[in-house]
Design a protein around this ligand. Structure first.
Ligand SMILES: Nc1ncnc2c1ncn2[C@@H]1O[C@H](COP(=O)(O)OP(=O)(O)OP(=O)(O)O)[C@@H](O)[C@H]1O
Ligand SMILES: [Mg+2]
Length: 334
């Protein structure tokens, strides 16, 4: 049997030390992401999986993995507690991803994704979120303030643990803007945390279709609705709004102009889980590399497309991303 470190090196490639810290990702609700692949779940019976994989997860950790795999310099921070927290830390260390995860008393989550190949469907089951104490939140805010002082981009990803108010991201964005006004903040969350966080005007938001519908309070039934929705969010002072539409690609707005990126056809899909995180990671990495925002979104879609070809979250391959990047087009729509 392979030891953990060998397993991860086989899965992700050799550990490379890249100093510096250009991008920080924040995961307040880190998890062990377990994926089970089976033909079909036997309800009220025993299902024997064909394959089972477990990786460190939570959306910000996935974003950090995508950036790391694309050759970027990234630090993952957030909360990781209890026995699951120990394992999360050990797993991302084995991958070679730099982290400053804060140890908390309560146990981090295990999240289960069941891929049924007969129906090509994914079912996800999440443990309850851990409880965060006030002093743990205060410590994390100090870590984020310090890391933001040294980062070009900070991404805030995923749901909130228990014990924090819906304004948690609002608070983090405010303190980062004060500590480093040059730092670009990316917000990718849902529900009230997204609505509250938007008030602090992050540089970029990446809602998916469902998150955007909840934010706007009405369904997006057409392409025109999507464009109007992106415009509306830009109107709240968000410079870059990337609306991801799953197999329909991306509609994004940057400084008042709207663009669309269609997906590549003919890509063999292994799993769609983590596509949004690979998209955010690709965008962040290209912004640091080139500073060109439209090119960065195009690169993000290449990264999301590479994620489709992997069974685990945000396990993108750089050469494949570069290849997809050559074929993906951005069209300005208005
Ligand atoms: N089935 C698919 N075919 C082609 N491209 C896809 C597909 N699913 C996702 N993508 C690509 O990935 C991007 C992000 O996917 P999606 O909108 O599902 O994000 P998400 O819901 O935030 O995902 P997650 O939360 O699992 O990370 C899409 O905009 C698209 O470019
Ligand atoms: Mg998402």
């Amino acid at each position: 049997m392979l030891r953990a470190i060998e397993f991860f090196q086989e899965l992700y490639g050799p550990i490379i030390d890249r100093g510096g810290n250009m991008i920080t990702t924040v995961t307040l609700n880190a998890a062990i992401d377990k994926t089970i692949i089976c033909d079909e779940v036997e309800r009220r019976g025993i299902t024997r999986s064909r394959e089972a994989l477990a990786v460190a997860g939570g959306k910000g950790i996935n974003v950090a993995r995508a950036i790391f795999k694309l050759g970027g310099s990234v630090t993952a921070t957030g909360f990781a507690g209890g026995h699951n927290g120990l394992l999360i830390r050990r797993m991302i260390e084995a991958e070679g991803i730099h982290h400053e995860l804060l140890d908390i008393e309560d146990n981090s989550r295990m999240c289960l994704a069941i891929i049924e190949t007969n129906t090509q469907s994914v079912t996800e089951i999440y443990d309850p979120a851990p409880m965060v104490k006030q002093e743990e939140w205060d410590q994390l805010m100090d870590i984020v303030r310090r890391l933001a002082g040294n980062s070009q981009i900070v991404t805030l990803n995923g749901s909130l643990p228990k014990g924090l108010g819906n304004d948690a991201y609002y608070q983090l964005i405010g303190l980062m803007k004060r500590s480093n006004p040059e730092c670009k903040v990316v917000l990718d969350t849902s529900g009230e945390a997204l609505r509250e966080g938007m008030r602090a005007r992050p540089f970029m938001m990446k809602p998916n279709k469902n998150e955007m519908e909840v934010l706007l309070g009405h369904p997006l039934s057409s392409y025109r609705d999507a464009i109007e929705g992106v415009n509306e969010v830009m109107g709240h002072g968000i410079e870059l709004v990337v609306l991801s539409l799953g197999s329909d690609g991306v509609v994004f707005g940057y400084r008042g102009e709207i663009y669309r990126v269609d997906p590549l056809s003919g890509v063999e899909v292994q799993s769609t889980v983590g596509c949004g995180d690979a998209l955010v990671g690709g965008i962040a990495q290209k912004i640091v590399e080139s500073g060109d925002i439209v090119e960065a979104v195009r690169y993000g879609v290449a990264s999301a497309t590479s994620n489709l070809t992997s069974k685990t979250q945000a396990n993108v391959r750089r050469e494949q991303v570069e290849e997809f990047f050559r074929h993906i087009e951005v069209k300005q729509v208005c």
